[in-house]
Each structure stands twice: as C-alpha cells, then as structure tokens.
Design a binder for this molecule. Structure first.
Ligand SMILES: Cc1ncc(COP(=O)(O)O)c(C=O)c1O
Length: 405
C-alpha cells in the first residue's frame, strides 16, 4: 500500500544524500576527532566541515556551533547553562506557555532549585507579545526563551521583536530561541533574530536522529551540560557522534540550498490540505493561517477524538498525529491548544498533518480523502456529535460548553 507520511514535525526521513555522507564515518574513517593520528585528523576535519555547514544554515560563525544529541539537549544546555552562569541574583527565566516540554520541564526542574519562571501567554492566534515580554524582563532575568515556530500549530513567533524589547530592558539577560521546527522551513538567521542562543535538531530537517546543535553567540558564557574531556569548547564533553554530525551537516547544506523552493512547495501543499479539509462541517484551523510554518496544518473536527482519527488514518495508509510526538502517548489535551483558549473537549478532536520536502501531491490527496471519510465514520458513532447536531450543549465532557473559538 502506498503510504502518505504526514508526520514530519515528529521526524523526517533521513535524506539519502545525508546517509551517503555518513556511511564512511562508520566503516573507514572511524577515528576519534581528539586523536592526534591521521584517523583522528580525518574525523576532526569532517566535524569541522559539518560545523561550518550548520553555521551557514543559521547565519552563524562555525565557532558558535556546539554539537549536542538533539533539540532536547540543546534546550537544556541553553537554559541550564544560562541559569548556571548568570550573575548572582539573576535567577529568573522568561518563557512562553506553549514551549516544547524540553523547555517547560527544564524550567520546572530549575524552579525546584530556586529559579523563578514567568510564563508569557499567547493570544487566540498563538502569538506571544513582545510588549508583555518587556514588561516581565528585568536585570534579575538570566534568560528569555521563546520558540521560533511552534511544533503543534506551526505559529511563527515574533522572536526578533522579543529580543529587541528584552535587550532594551535588561542588558544581561540572554535570549534563546528553540528553532527546532523552524530550521529548513523558514529562513533562520541569528543576526536578524538578535538571539544569543538557538537550538536545532538534525532529524527535523532530514538529518539523522540523535544529533543537534546549539548556537552560542561568541562571548556568551554558559555553564557546561556535561563535564569531562572538554569537547565542544568545554560545553559538551564526550566523544563526538561523528557520523551523526556529518549527516546533520549535509542535511543543513541541502536545506539551505533548497529553502526557497522547498518552502514554496510545502506552502502550496499545506494550503491544499487546509482548503481541502476546512469545508468539512464544524471544522476549524488551530493557530494563525498567515504566520505559520509552510509545512503545518492543524485542524480540529468537533465531535471526535483525535487519537481514534489517527488510528483510523493509519489503517488507510496516512501517518498523522494529534499533536507533538512527545505528548501523544499521554492522552491529555495539548497544552498548546488549551493555551489558545480552545475548550478541552474540542482540543481532543485535533489532527496535525505536517509535510516535508519529499511530500507529494498524491500524499496530500490521499490524506484529504482519508481524513474526510474517517471523520464522518467517527461522527456517525459519536454521542458528542449527536448533541452538536441537535444544538444541545456538550455537557458531561470535560471543559464542556459548545463554543466555537
Ligand atoms: C520545538 C521542539 N523543540 C525540541 C524538540 C526536541 O527535539 P529532540 O527530539 O531532537 O530532542 C522538539 C521535538 O519534537 C521540538 O519540536
């Protein structure tokens, strides 16, 4: 059966070109980059080439890229590193309530050790306000962390404006952005954004899993995530994942070279998905239509459960998700959708379809047809849908009330 893979925000297929670039570093050039002999030199040069490739993707200098094990580690290094290296008394964090758990859970963990976090709220389209950020930030702020693009609803945050406002108020606060979902989909430039720290994960842009990077602006001091032999400028000790890093470098190069063309294609396909599904009765788009990633469609279909929809779609050869891969096992309504003001019973009926450079028109057609069919089958069995159709309030459902937001 032909399969439509529309869960590219969870992870992407590794580009065959990236795989090809990686292979020799398992079998022939397997040296340790720290070794002095020629095997070591070869591995070291490969790591440095990848560092330059990744730096170019985000407009950084190669020396400002620290390789990590992925987005989660990059976010941890940024937040823990800033909290640990800040001025005495600067123990505050400013972030938003729609960040990835890699940020939110790290804040919680730092709070348990005495830090204080202020959470920016989002508006009904999913955006934080730079003015709110400026109001909260102070000389006691160690770090401001606002994601560039949301992993569930794809909204693109005004990070540049947040950075400008925060700098005007607090000179010492570091500004971090989680660009894990943005890289390879929209232009990402650390100078334009004006950030000090920026997280990347290779597997979201067709590189291998288990490798990522943190941009650390020259001169910015962080305390290390891992201590040991002093690799990666002392910020991340441990022998480098050379094949992974090489694959990430190649994927970054391909992403940069094809960004304009890829974004235009994905935008066209995303709009086909949204325009194909929005006419379904009692169906709404989650998040802004305008400032959203080219590869993200997130819709809610009233009267059904998103998890049942995902399972039915899987049977029809369509891979989709209800939200982020991390929260999909918890069966809790997404914190992002709730933050948008969507009632819990409606949030549960959401479906995220996310595209990649490799997504085809056929996959989109299959997804639209299969989703329409599955929604109508699920609604035929749904007591909640019956109530909606009868114009009755949806009661007895957590977060009830028949609201259209
Ligand atoms: C916005 C965002 N940040 C961080 C992560 C974590 O990345 P990784 O799975 O590479 O640790 C993800 C992964 O879904 C993400 O979407």
């Amino acid at each position: 059966m032909a399969y439509a893979y529309l869960d590219n925000s969870a992870t992407t297929m590794t580009d065959p070109e990236a795989v090809k670039a990686m292979l020799p570093y398992f079998t022939e050039s397997y040296g340790n980059p720290s070794s002095l002999h020629s095997f070591g030199t070869e591995a070291r040069e490969a790591v440095e080439k990848a560092r330059a490739q990744v730096a170019r993707l985000v407009g950084a200098k190669p020396g400002e890229i620290v390789f990590t094990s992925g987005g989660t580690e990059s976010d941890n290094l940024a937040l823990r590193g800033a909290a640990g290296a800040g001025k005495p008394g600067a123990n505050r964090i400013v972030t938003s309530n729609v960040e990835h758990p890699a940020v939110l859970e790290t804040c919680k963990s730092l709070e348990a050790r005495g830090a204080r976090t202020d959470y920016l709220r989002i508006d009904r389209d999913g955006f934080v306000s730079p003015v709110d950020a400026a109001r909260i930030v102070s000389e006691r702020t160690a770090i401001v962390s606002v994601m560039l693009a949301n992993n569930e609803i794809g909204t693109i945050q005004p990070v540049q404006e947040v950075a400008v406002e925060c700098r005007a108020r607090a000179r010492n606060a570091l500004v971090h952005t989680d660009a894990v979902q943005a890289a390879g989909k929209i232009p990402v430039d650390v100078e334009r954004l004006g950030v000090d720290l920026l997280s990347l994960a290779s597997h979201k842009f067709h590189g291998p899993k288990g490798v990522g990077a943190l941009f650390v602006r020259e001169g910015v001091r962080l305390s290390p995530a891992m201590t040991g032999g002093g690799h990666e400028k002392g910020l991340r000790s441990g022998t480098e994942n050379v094949p992974g890093i090489v694959g990430m470098g190649k994927a970054a190069e391909i992403a940069r070279e094809n960004l304009g063309e890829d974004a235009a294609r994905m935008t066209r396909l995303r709009d086909r998905l949204i325009d194909g599904l929005l006419p379904v009765e009692e169906t709404f788009l989650n998040g802004s239509r305008e400032k959203r990633l080219p590869n993200n469609a997130n819709l809610r279909f009233l009267g059904i459960e998103g998890e049942s929809l995902v399972l039915l779609l899987d049977g029809e050869g369509v891979a989709a998700s209800t939200g982020s891969a991390c929260s999909s096992k918890k069966l809790q309504a997404s914190h992002v959708l709730l933050a948008l003001g969507i009632p819990e019973w409606q949030a549960h009926g959401s479906l995220r379809l996310t595209l990649s450079r490799f997504t085809t028109d056929e996959e989109v057609s299959r997804a639209v047809d299969a989703t329409k069919g599955a929604v109508s089958r699920l609604r035929a069995m749904s007591p909640v849908w019956k109530k909606i159709k009868a114009g009755e309030p949806v009661i007895g459902v957590k977060g009830g009330g028949h609201e259209h937001v």
